[in-house]
Design a binder for this molecule. Structure first.
Ligand SMILES: C[S@@+](CC[C@H](N)C(=O)[O-])C[C@H]1O[C@@H](n2cnc3c(N)ncnc32)[C@H](O)[C@@H]1O
Length: 269
């Protein structure tokens, strides 16, 4: 994104108009896509689908992609962590599951696993609870904890959650993930890394280059327009002492946009 576009975006957010602008964008897209949405629903009778606003807010307004990318993300998470942990028969948590895009596919991929999801948005949690019966859902608040027992999970993943949280919340949530994992348990999460640096204003790029987390925080924390960028050095420092870094895969420019970085870490002990 160009610097001018970024400056306009930053101005809209600093005026407190970020959420209103986003709602307007949603209605515009919805009107344009209404026919396609109705055709998709008609072609998939009986398939539980969240409301258009839910998939817009957590992903993008495209039901076919919600299903396709959710499944391919679940398969690729499974494959990418398999050198580090066997997931068959294990407990798995999707922290920040939204309306189930990824987690809904895990019971098919690993039928023997106990699958859990949690989110701070009660609408998503209620929808998931009503519609995805093979999975156990809980609601948490913006701040930890997740109402699950300590050392209950073998594997936790979080797709595009830290990308919407403040620095303070990174510390708190990394401690909560540590509490929830069994010793030796694995955490897979994504961040805005070097490839997304070009989306920052010049002053923010300087902050990023100095290894400091960058927060665009003029909207409600956790909401998709609250954007956070993570120099890899910041993440390594965040997890040091409690976790071992097993893998860092920097995001690349793809034909659909800029990929987030993937981190796979293991709880010490
Ligand atoms: C960009 S969406 C991603 C949703 C889902 N992981 C996916 O990939 O489709 C971000 C999600 O994080 C959730 N979220 C933000 N802060 C959270 C927090 N502190 N705890 C749990 N969920 C949170 C939002 O409600 C939203 O569902």
């Amino acid at each position: 994104m160009g610097q001018v576009k970024q400056q306009i975006k930053s101005l809209i957010e600093s005026l407190g108009l970020g959420r209103a602008a986003d709602k307007a964008r949603f209605y515009y897209q919805y009107l344009q896509q209404k026919g396609k949405i109705n055709a998709f629903k008609a072609a998939h009778p009986g398939l539980p689908l969240p409301t258009p606003f839910m998939i817009y807010e957590t992903f993008r307004l495209d039901y076919a992609k919600y299903l396709e990318t959710g499944k391919s993300a679940a398969v690729s998470i499974y494959e990418e962590v398999s050198p580090f942990i066997e997931l068959k028969g294990k407990s798995i948590l999707d922290w920040g599951c939204g309306p189930g895009r990824v987690v809904r596919h895990f019971p098919d991929i690993i039928p023997t696993a106990q699958v859990y999801g949690s989110d701070y948005n009660s609408e998503y949690v209620n929808w998931c609870h009503e519609n995805l019966k093979e999975i156990t859902f809980t609601q948490n608040q913006l701040v930890p904890p997740i109402p699950l027992e300590a050392a209950a999970m073998d594997f936790i993943y979080a797709i595009s959650i830290f990308t919407h949280l403040s620095e303070k919340m990174h510390m708190a949530w990394m401690n909560e993930i540590y509490r929830l994992l069994k010793p030796g348990g694995v955490f897979y999460f994504t961040t805005h890394g070097d490839i997304t640096r070009k989306n920052l204003l010049e002053s923010e790029q300087q902050q990023y280059d100095a290894g400091t987390i960058v927060e665009r925080g003029n909207v409600k924390e956790g909401y998709r327009m609250y954007a956070t960028y993570h120099p890899p050095a910041f993440i390594r420092q965040l997890v040091a002492g409690k976790f071992e870094v097993l893998k860092h895969r920097p995001g690349k420019a793809q034909n659909w946009g800029l990929e987030q970085d993937v981190w796979i870490i293991r709880k010490n002990g």
